[in-house]
Design a protein around this ligand. Structure first.
Ligand SMILES: [Zn+2]
Length: 288
């Protein structure tokens, strides 16, 4: 298990550098949260942020947090200011080994994501976050808040995401992280937003045999529920409009809406006065 500590620079009463309506503390938090989200799609990694909100924190509180947690790697994320452009990274003077290697990797990965951004180099500085943290640590300065070209980039969520992606690619490479297997969505009776269109399975083109089961959705359908039911019954879903004329199945499951006019040996009505009641009726049926 690798423990990655991400420190979004500044926060609360300390806004960090400001310019053109942007505040460093907000940009660093956005980048850090994106990093966390991306990193958690990998196996064997734990992520902790020094702050997840716009909160005032001393540098000592931040390094204490990382030290007490026994983080393996600390990344302090900042936005630059003071006249300049581009990206640069810092590690503590005199350190080598893993810290230097991580800087080399992470720096290169961020530069890959930030096409056309000036590479200001891999540097060393006696910064508090680097000095007082016990683990390998890096501080990154991501573009300048007082440079119009850089500001235009910092105003784009897609660029902030790329900055985050570059950092994460660096961590993934440095620690050999592997992507989690994509989890199957767990069946849940909670109604979900409906997909734009249900996907009815077309009836057998041979057309001769009557299906055992089919699902008809109408009224206030809950598509997620209908899909769960379809998976359980191994039955196709039809909208009322797409339902072929005549009898198509022995058992017809009606998810939402009225069953009137439908033909089947058995009609199971799972309906209600709104989408949530329909979802509840389906959930109850599935749990029987
Ligand atoms: Zn800063």
């Amino acid at each position: 298990m690798v423990k990655i500590f991400i420190d979004p620079g500044h926060g609360g009463t300390d806004s960090g550098a400001v310019g053109s309506g942007l505040q460093e503390k907000n940009l660093t938090l956005q980048i850090a949260k994106k990093m966390q989200q991306l990193l958690l799609t990998y196996e064997n990694v734990q992520v902790r942020l020094s702050r997840e909100t716009d909160k005032t924190m001393s540098l000592r509180q931040r390094t204490d947090m990382a030290n007490n947690w026994n983080a393996d790697f600390l990344i302090s994320v900042h936005i630059n200011a003071g006249g300049g452009t581009g990206f640069e990274t810092f590690i503590y003077p005199g350190v080598g080994g893993v810290t230097k290697r991580n800087q080399d990797i992470l720096h290169a990965e961020v530069m890959k994501e930030l096409d056309g951004v000036r590479d200001r180099g891999k540097k060393r500085a006696d910064f508090f976050m680097l000095r007082e943290s016990k683990m390998d640590a890096i501080l990154t300065e991501n573009l300048f808040i007082d440079n119009s070209g850089d500001v235009a980039k910092l105003k784009q969520a897609s660029i902030l995401n790329k900055i985050a992606q570059g950092h994460v690619n660096g961590v993934v490479k440095a620690y050999g992280l592997r992507k989690k297997a994509v989890a199957k969505p767990a069946p849940s009776p909670t109604p979900k937003p409906a997909p734009t269109k249900p996907t009815p399975t077309q009836p057998d083109k041979g057309g001769s045999a009557l299906m055992d089961k089919a699902i008809v959705i109408g009224g206030f359908p809950d598509f997620a529920s209908a899909e769960m039911l379809a998976a359980r019954l191994k039955a196709p879903i039809y909208t009322r409009a797409a339902l072929p004329n005549g009898k198509i199945a022995k058992e017809l499951y009606v998810v939402g809406g009225s069953a009137s006019g439908l033909q089947a040996d058995k009609i199971i009505s799972l309906t209600g006065k709104d989408r949530f009641e329909v979802a509840a009726a389906v959930a109850e049926f599935l749990n029987r």
